[in-house]
Design a binder for this molecule. Structure first.
Ligand code: NAD
Length: 256
């Protein structure tokens, strides 16, 4: 990979384990020589995330807790980042959550609590972290989030997460419109289905993977590494003219 992010600092939010898409992004950025700050959801993720980070080529010392539903946590996290590194060049938001029981069956059975929870963690959190990182992007920046086709079209069992992704997709456009004047770009990668901890929650996920293999233009499933390299492009100067965009990294499945 010839793209270099040497001397640039990125915040990656949402590594849970080695299957996480955020980890694919971390590997691409690490290879490009970036300085990376990691944030994790809660205490139980600290050790696994620190162990993974230790396997990277670069030395990335800042690994911080940040539950995006907790304003104090977010404030504390970005204050620490500001005090330690000063300037941030990019942020990867790789965070979503919905109740497993609402990722199956009838969408019309979605509970009020489940609806609000999915939107709070999976959509509103992008606005929360964009606001928190903005003062640190003193030389402009690039914010990248992860979305899915289920926010554009009805995908069986994706249910409430699809509605939350639609909200996330529109948040990307409103944030891009807001932050463009500061040379901060905001884009989404719509990833094809990948077997991760979160994906396990979606009922009958194996059939979705099988369908991609059989029907997607590239006839294969998306890998976290492919998404990582798409993020690398969005974090690099090569994408400097792109904001408010959703790039599909899904073997072309969305065109069908
Ligand atoms: P993952 O389970 O590895 O990552 C989800 C992350 O969200 C975890 O690290 C989890 O700790 C974090 N999270 C949940 N609640 C949080 C909170 N309150 N505060 C902070 N972090 C919290 O799964 P993944 O598939 O890598 O998911 C990353 C993103 O990619 C999600 O937005 C997901 O919707 C999106 N995505 C996934 C797929 C797929 O098929 N796996 C496809 C398209 C988009």
């Amino acid at each position: 990979m010839s793209l270099s992010l040497q001397g640039k600092t990125f915040v990656i939010m949402g590594v849970a384990n080695k299957r996480s898409i955020a980890w694919g992004i971390a590997q691409s950025l690490d290879k490009a020589g970036a300085n990376i700050i990691f944030t994790y959801a809660g205490e139980r993720f600290e050790k696994p995330v620190r162990d993974l980070v230790a396997t990277l080529e670069g030395k990335h010392e800042l690994v911080l807790p940040c539950d995006v539903t907790n304003d104090e946590d977010v404030e504390r996290c970005f204050a620490t980042i500001g005090e330690t590194v000063g300037k941030v060049d990019g942020l990867a938001h790789c965070i979503a959550f919905a109740k497993t029981e609402e990722l199956a069956g009838n969408f019309s059975d979605t509970s009020r609590e489940g609806f609000l929870l999915a939107h709070n963690i999976s959509a509103f959190s992008l606005t929360v972290v964009a606001k928190a990182v903005k003062p640190l992007m003193t030389e402009g920046g690039s914010i990248v989030t992860l979305t899915y086709l289920g926010g554009e079209k009805v995908v069986p069992n994706y249910n409430i997460m699809g509605v939350a992704k639609a909200s996330l997709d529109m948040s990307v456009r409103y944030l891009a419109a807001d932050l463009g004047r500061y040379n901060i770009r905001v884009n989404a990668i719509s990833a094809g289905p990948i077997r991760t901890l979160s994906a396990k929650g979606v009922s009958d996920f194996n059939s979705v993977l099988k369908e991609i293999e059989e029907r997607a233009p590239l006839r294969r499933n998306t890998t976290p590494e492919e998404v990582g390299d798409t993020a690398l492009f969005l974090f690099s100067q090569l994408s400097r003219g792109i904001t408010g965009e959703t790039i599909h990294c899904d073997s072309g499945f969305h065109i069908l």
